[in-house]
Design a binder for this molecule. Structure first.
Ligand SMILES: Nc1nc2c(c(=O)[nH]1)N[C@H]1C(S)=C(S)[C@@H](COP(=O)(O)OP(=O)(O)OC[C@H]3O[C@@H](n4cnc5c(=O)[nH]c(N)nc54)[C@H](O)[C@@H]3O)O[C@H]1N2
Ligand SMILES: Nc1nc2c(c(=O)[nH]1)N[C@H]1C(S)=C(S)[C@@H](COP(=O)(O)OP(=O)(O)OC[C@H]3O[C@@H](n4cnc5c(=O)[nH]c(N)nc54)[C@H](O)[C@@H]3O)O[C@H]1N2
Ligand SMILES: [Mo]
Length: 795
């Protein structure tokens, strides 16, 4: 077997950190960036790093930052501006041809702009005129439900609270947000099973855990600050397993920038074992483990009897699952599955962490259910050193939900908002990302506003969404950076530039601080340190307040302007309206490091329908992906036989030998794959900072990762050019590529490429049933090699 090149250097060392940041942006930006780094995630006066939602450590080191953080900071701290001069030089049609990388490097948005169709350019507009247009267009709609208000998870609590209030006072629950594409299965299933859709662990639990199983997560790239905790746990004897179709090299070794010895070259190995399952094989693996644990009496019966409901149904279902299907579903041998189950049986404290490799599947809800089932079987909820640890992405995605950004709000939230503001709230569920995109495409949505994010590019069916935006009456983007969703204008289009997390927020009421909620339910204060890159910027809160003032006029009893200028006022309302925030202003000031929200399941209180923790039986067969692949393969074989027999009608002399047909079947089978999409350390979601991925040994993004053994089987080679074909749920062919074949230690059924460039392959109907999360991590595809001749012809 050919050797796969392996990244041998530790992740997250100082050199990685500094060199990457230096290369990233202009030098001035780096200086601004590093200054701000020094006060990020620090007690008092620092800001919460916008890089991710991993909590900061209680000992608050002199420096708690990572490569992702520094890049995100440098991106915010750029001194180049995407201003009126920039837009004067480039038409929107021209900008449509720019890559995500080019748009990201065009700089920071610095003044309000609106689209002028005559010139095909964005031109400056005053804040006042922008608000007048927004209010005018919104008032013209036949129904508030014709408008949709997207949110991305970087928005802090105070403006998020104001935003959902604005949207609901306007009269709709059309509040899709990036959660719909991220940890929605987590929120839905943990909510159903444990009573609250959030992590049941806090950081200290990682110090006591004896076994950590990481499912579908790549922390070296996406949550580098988590590595320190893993390394620490590992050193204390905790076993760490990673369940992942890809052997992610960043996990191999980790150099802690805070430890002087590590600067000299020592590093910790963190992961004891990688369980290299097939894509979509998590539920099958967990089923095998649960089968063995229940059959051998290794479960915690006291806990099950006292605290849970639904055990019988799960046990019956487990018995019905054959080992053959388990193995076929995950690609791991029975012996290996049992050896993992044994570790679980022996561990007095098990934490399961998970990321997008679990959630972003048609079976995403089942995957989360099976992780929770495992923890419940072992009584691992509500103990020190054990529990559920979904690792959120955007730094305040969890907080935004807590603040009421939700298209399917609970009745208690609506009642509470109604009572607090003495204003009726819309009662019908609104659109999420998926059915919102469909409504947009069908012309049912005529106005779109986004509070951050890059909706069209992050969602499936990107081009269709972009096209749909051009038919809208109104598109409004509150943002820090230019992106591709803003380049498909309808009648009125406004870009409203806002102050970023790292910048100081000074209002008529003085300097404000905001708050966020980290991945472990902790509310933390955040206060920017840099001067805003332009005096024209407004805060998100002020923009919401101004739109509300123009929309609702003086009749509004809600003190919008006071809330926009003084976050204490907003926090007092949050304290009234949102459970768990009583005495918010006092509590956030009383403690250096913020406060935890009460999590009932941590105390073994179950706010579920049954009043108990709930076992759930998966909805999909555990062989779902394997079966899909088999079906597609036989269809492909039948199609090619059919094509061949048509051929032989034309040419009598040509008949297919048995050998030929076997060869065909063989090569067709090998050409069916599961495609997954991943992130690099040189991007933050759709913001592309660079093309490098040193852990995966590539410096380009138009690649398709495949195992070298599989390449050889097909007679293909690294560097070959391939096209990805996918028949969507309506039977339409979608294509991606050409992509460059690149070697990777990845499961046999799997190929991988980078998000978001692949999102046109995904249609709006391939998603999980309850959470409706798009299946970004598993798509059945056919690969086709593109010949050199064809490449030359198309070039
Ligand atoms: N540098 C950087 N940091 C980020 C981000 C970023 O873009 N860049 N984005 C932020 C956001 S919003 C999020 S949500 C997080 C995401 O953080 P992660 O969840 O770590 O992100 P991904 O790279 O999407 O995918 C994680 C892993 O899932 C694996 N995987 C694919 N299919 C399967 C499967 O079927 N089963 C299993 N078990 N694993 C599978 C992939 O191989 C990959 O290693 O990161 C946050 N932090
Ligand atoms: N194929 C595939 N698709 C995916 C995923 C995947 O793994 N694979 N992952 C999904 C996931 S997990 C997520 S979270 C989504 C991400 O979806 P989004 O959250 O919509 O995307 P981002 O790229 O994070 O948004 C970047 C934009 O946010 C704006 N922005 C940045 N900071 C601020 C700020 O402080 N305030 C405001 N107002 N705006 C700001 C900038 O204009 C920037 O261009 O993508 C999803 N899509
Ligand atoms: Mo995310």
């Amino acid at each position: 077997m050919r050797k796969i090149p392996i990244y041998k250097h530790p992740a997250a060392g100082w050199s990685a950190l500094i060199s990457s940041a230096r290369k990233l942006m202009d030098y001035q930006a780096f200086l601004r960036g590093s200054l701000s780094v020094l006060s990020s995630n620090q007690p008092k006066g620092g800001f919460d790093c916008p890089g991710c939602a991993w909590p900061d450590h209680k000992s608050h080191k002199a420096l708690d930052v990572c490569e992702t953080g520094i890049k995100v900071l440098a991106s915010e701290a750029m001194s180049i501006r995407t201003d009126a001069k920039f837009f004067a030089r480039h038409t929107v049609t021209e900008l449509q041809g720019w890559t995500g990388y080019e748009l990201e490097h065009s700089g920071r948005l610095s003044e309000p702009m609106h689209y002028d169709a005559a010139q095909d350019r964005y031109v400056p507009i005053s804040w006042e005129n922008a608000y007048v247009r927004i209010a005018e267009q919104l008032k013209k709609l036949d129904s508030p439900d014709e408008a949709m208000f997207y949110t991305s998870g970087r928005v802090t609590n105070e403006p998020a609270f104001m935003y959902q209030l604005l949207v609901r006072c306007f009269g709709t629950n059309n509040l899709p947000d990036c959660s719909n594409m991220c940890h929605e299965p987590t929120s839905v299933m943990l909510g159903k099973q444990l009573g609250l859709g959030k992590a049941t662990v806090i950081l200290e639990d990682f110090e006591q855990a004896k076994l950590i199983i990481m499912f579908g997560q790549n922390p070296a790239t996406n949550h580098p600050r988590m590595l320190e905790m893993l390394a620490h746990a590992h050193k204390q004897g905790c076993r760490i397993l990673s369940v992942n179709p890809m052997r992610e090299q960043g996990l191999k070794a980790f150099r802690n920038p805070q430890k002087p010895t590590h600067l000299l070259g020592n590093s910790d190995d963190m992961v004891d074992d990688v369980i290299q399952i097939q894509i979509g094989g998590d539920a099958a693996l967990l089923t095998g483990m649960a089968k063995w644990l229940t059959k051998n009496g290794k479960v915690n019966s006291d806990f099950i009897n006292t605290h849970t409901s639904g055990y019988e149904a799960l046990d019956t279902w487990l018995r019905q699952q054959s080992w053959e299907d388990v193995v076929r579903g995950c690609g791991i041998s029975k012996e290996e599955i049992i050896s993992i189950a044994r570790l679980v049986a022996e561990s007095p404290g098990t934490i399961c962490t998970w990321g997008m490799g679990i959630t972003q599947h048609v079976q995403g809800d089942d995957n989360v259910a099976m992780i929770t089932n495992l923890l419940l079987l072992m009584g691992m909820i509500g103990i020190d050193g054990g529990g559920a640890s979904p690792v959120r992405g955007h730094s305040n995605v969890q907080g935004d939900r807590t603040m009421g950004i939700h298209e399917r709000p609970s009745q208690s939230l609506l009642d509470s908002m109604e009572k607090t503001f003495n204003h009726p709230m819309p009662q019908e569920d609104g659109f999420d990302v998926i059915n919102g995109a469909k409504a947009l495409i069908e012309g049912k949505i005529k106005a779109f506003m986004s509070m951050g994010g890059n909706y069209a590019v992050a969602a499936p069916d990107t081009s269709a969404i972009q096209q749909a935006l051009t038919s809208n009456q109104l598109n409004v983007f509150v943002a820090t950076k230019l992106n591709e969703t803003m380049l498909y204008p309808g009648v009125d289009n406004l870009i409203l530039p806002c102050v970023s997390r790292t910048e100081r927020l000074i209002t008529t009421k003085g300097e404000q601080f905001a708050t966020i909620e980290d991945s472990m339910c902790k509310i933390v204060a955040t206060q920017g340190r840099l001067n805003p890159i332009s005096k024209t910027l407004k805060s998100e809160a002020q923009i919401v307040a101004d739109i509300a003032t123009h929309l609702f006029g003086s009749e509004s009893k809600i003190p919008w302007q006071a809330m926009g200028a003084d976050f204490d006022v907003t926090r007092d309302y949050i304290a009234q309206a949102i459970e768990g925030f009583e005495d918010f202003n006092q509590r956030i000031r009383a403690e250096d490091r913020g406060f935890y929200l009460y999590h009932p399941a941590r105390h073994r209180e179950w706010h579920t329908e049954s009043g108990k923790a709930q076992f759930e039986v998966p909805k999909y067969p555990i062989t779902y992906v394997a079966t899909q692949m088999a079906e597609r393969t036989s269809k492909l074989v039948a199609d090619s036989k059919h094509a061949n027999s048509l051929n032989s009608d034309v040419n009598d002399a040509q008949s297919i030998s048995i050998d030929d047909s076997q060869n065909q079947a063989q090569s067709s089978e090998q050409a069916i794959w599961q495609l997954t999409s991943v992130r690099s350390h040189d991007q933050f979601n759709t913001m592309i900072f660079g093309f490098q991925d040193r852990y995966r040994q590539t410096d380009r993004r138009d690649v398709l990762f495949m195992h070298p053994d599989e390449m050889r089987r097909l007679g293909w080679q690294k560097g070959d050019t391939v096209r990805v074909l996918r028949q969507d749920s309506k039977g339409q062919q979608r294509t991606l590529g050409p992509l460059i074949l690149t070697e990777m230690d990845i499961a046999a059924n799997a190929v991988a490429t980078y998000y978001p460039e692949c999102n046109d392959l995904i249609d709006l109907d391939t998603h999980a049933p309850d959470s409706r999360i798009p299946s970004y991590k598993s798509l059945t595809v056919v690969l086709e090699r593109v010949s050199a001749d064809e490449l030359v012809a198309s070039a």
